[in-house]
Design a protein around this ligand. Structure first.
Ligand code: HEM
Length: 219
């Protein structure tokens, strides 16, 4: 049982622990990372991330000066330019013409845009779910992708997973969690924020499910 004095960073991790496990062990992720799907599935996944990060980073300038979101919005986290380099490598010069959002991706990006404009504590939750995950499990995905599809180490194709501006990810994550602990929220707002975190994870598993329907393992 968590006490009310439990740091918010612990509350949010605990509230989403089971869903994290489900996302990590989803059929699509498992098949992708055990080499049962081709590089085109990785390309499609990366293209869905483009919509998610376009939404996360669209209002970065305004959010950087927001009292609640400001401490989290940092240029060294920005992923859109890296995603575009990866997509150009994976999909060729016409990658933009092939870019289409799956329904779950469109819903996810729309939700991020909504909270970015009217509920910045909700935006922080989506920021946490993606960027802290990318700094953690994302590193597993990078190493596996490089090997499976013979992509240049930390180069085009996997730049999304490479944070050149962050020398010490463990220290960065510690600082990020401390910022979470300082979020100016209390009372019912805490529950509302934790519900949004569960929604953020659900939106990621919905995306994996749709990708899994599009690409299934060779039996
Ligand atoms: C193959 C898939 C995945 C693997 C192997 C993985 C692995 C990990 C690992 C090992 C950590 C702990 C790192 C640490 O304590 O410093 C972590 C943390 C995290 N992951 Fe994942 N993950 C995966 C998928 C996801 C997905 C799909 C999301 C959500 C979009 C996600 C979001 C997070 C978040 C937010 C954290 C930080 C937890 C915290 O300390 O507050 N992960 N992941």
């Amino acid at each position: 049982m968590l006490e009310t004095s439990t740091p918010f960073s612990t509350l949010i991790r605990t509230a989403t622990e089971q869903q994290h496990n489900e996302a990590e062990h989803s059929t699509f992720m498992r098949d992708l990372l055990t080499g049962q799907l081709g590089v085109e599935a990785f390309y499609r996944y990366t293209s869905q991330l483009w919509f998610v990060y376009a939404a996360l980073e669209k209002h970065s300038d305004a959010l950087a000066s927001d009292a609640v979101a400001g401490p989290f919005v940092k240029p060294e986290l920005a992923r859109l330019a890296s995603l575009e380099a990866d997509l150009a490598h994976l999909g060729g010069e016409n990658w933009r013409d092939e870019l289409t959002a799956l329904p779950s991706t469109a819903a996810y990006a729309a939700r991020i845009e909504e909270v970015a404009s009217d509920w910045t504590a909700g935006y922080v939750v989506h920021h946490y779910t993606r960027y802290l995950g990318d700094l953690s499990g994302g590193q597993v995905i990078r190493g596996t992708a490089e090997k499976l599809w013979n992509l240049p180490k930390k180069g085009d194709g996997v730049r999304f997973y490479v944070f050149d501006g962050i020398d010490n990810p463990a220290a960065f994550k510690r600082g990020y969690r401390e910022a979470l602990d300082r979020l100016p929220i209390d009372g019912p707002e805490v529950d509302r924020v934790l519900d949004e975190a569960r929604l953020a994870f659900t939106m990621n598993t919905d995306l994996f499910r749709e990708l899994g329907a599009e690409f299934s393992a060779r039996n």
